[in-house]
Design a protein around this ligand. Structure first.
Ligand code: HH2
Length: 262
């Protein structure tokens, strides 16, 4: 399934400023759904390396008008991309259907309880440290084993909080405290994450490691690189692909899925 990205932020690396306006966000949402997105992921705080954290009040102020407009425009499930329980709760009240927490419930200890009480699915993503500092000399003993162990611990925390196993999605957190080699290793060995027994979500879309692999390509020039990474992730067991270029990735997904199933 394709998860379309809609950032209600002024500073996202890939689409910053494009969807702050509710009308434009709703139009983009309609387009993504028409192009094949099965879920939309709405965020109001950039998590790019070095991004300035946003307080909950500002995050809600950006997010809610956009979420309400998108909710009125499309019928697909909406995920809210936040690490704050207060923001997630407001989003669920305004019609969001699931939570995408890039801290896997570590930054706000109320988050997992909120998801359990609301009975909504949650994405648990691996990140080393915090966005402000995560790219400072990332190091792992064995990146794949370390990420699998981290996700196993966070799944345990989610289960203890009362979240149903069928409501848990895991994510290697491509680009979150990782070198290019770490990102590539995680994609190559995604089957080790899939073996945890939960659906795997992967977000490679337009990310910096692709720019490096492509000899310095800017965020807008990474669509074919994204396609390669999406296709390979699917053949290694990824079930949800978080992407900006939904129409292009629909074709990639169709072919990669056929190969994976065979
Ligand atoms: N990547 C980004 C944001 N949220 N959530 C999950 N589950 N997985 C990811 O890989 C992921 C994510 C970063 O991408 P983007 O939203 O395009 O940029 P920014 O953080 O600058 O808003």
């Amino acid at each position: 399934m394709l998860v379309g990205v809609l950032n209600a932020t002024p500073d996202s690396f890939s689409d910053g400023g494009l969807h702050l306006d509710p009308g434009r966000a709703a139009a983009a949402a309609r387009e993504m759904v028409a192009a094949g997105a099965g879920v939309l992921d709405l965020g109001a705080e950039s998590t790019r390396p070095g991004a300035t954290p946003v307080v909950a009040l500002e995050e809600r102020r950006r997010l809610l008008p956009v979420l309400e407009a998108v909710r009125a425009a499309v019928g697909v499930p909406l995920a809210v991309d936040t690490t704050k329980a207060e923001v997630a709760a407001a989003a669920l009240d305004a019609g969001a259907d699931m939570v995408n927490d890039v801290s896997a419930g570590r930054f706000d200890r109320r988050m997992l309880l909120l998801c359990a009480r609301a009975g909504v699915p949650v994405v648990l993503m691996h990140m080393r440290g915090r966005p402000a500092t995560m790219q400072r000399r990332p190091a792992y003993r064995d990146v794949v084993a370390d990420v699998v162990a981290f996700l196993r611990r966070r799944v345990g925390a989610a289960r203890r909080a009362g979240i149903a196993p069928t409501a848990i999605v895991v994510d290697p957190g491509i680009g979150f405290g990782k070198t290019v080699a770490h990102n590539v290793a995680l994609l190559a060995h995604l089957d080790a994450l899939a073996a945890l027994g939960y659906p795997v979500l992967v977000g490679v879309s337009r990310k910096g490691f692709l720019g490096t692999l492509l000899g310095g390509a800017g965020a807008g020039e990474r669509v074919y690189g994204t396609a390669a990474a999406v296709a390979l992730a699917v053949t290694r067991g990824a079930r949800l692909l978080r992407v900006h270029d939904v129409a292009a990735m629909r074709d990639v997904l169709a072919v990669a899925t056929a190969v994976a199933r065979a």
